[in-house]
Design a protein. Sequence first.
Length: 103
Amino acid sequence: MFDKLFQAQQKAEEVKKRLDSISVFGEAEGGKIKVVASASKEIKEVTIDPDFLANAEKEELEELIAVAVNKALAQAESISQTEMQAVSQDLLGGLGGFGDLFK
C-alpha cells in the first residue's frame, strides 16, 4: 500500500516537472498582445506591440491583457487535465480490481 502511495507521489512530481516545461500561448488583438505561460499555469512572459501600446487606452489594454492571459491559462488547464487523467488511469490500473470502484 505504501509502495503505491510513494509511486503516486513520484508520478505527481513527474507530471509537475513536465507541466513546468510545456509552454502555452494566448494572444489578443491579432497578436498585438501575447502571453506565454507554463502548463502549470505560471505566466512567463507578456509582450505588447509598441505601436499598439502607444495608441491604446488603459482600459482597452487591461481588457486585452486579461483576454490573452485567460486564453493561455485555458490551454494550460486543458493540458494539465490531460496529463493528470493519464497518471490517474495508470495508477488506478495498477490497483487491480480496486480501480473499477472509481469509474
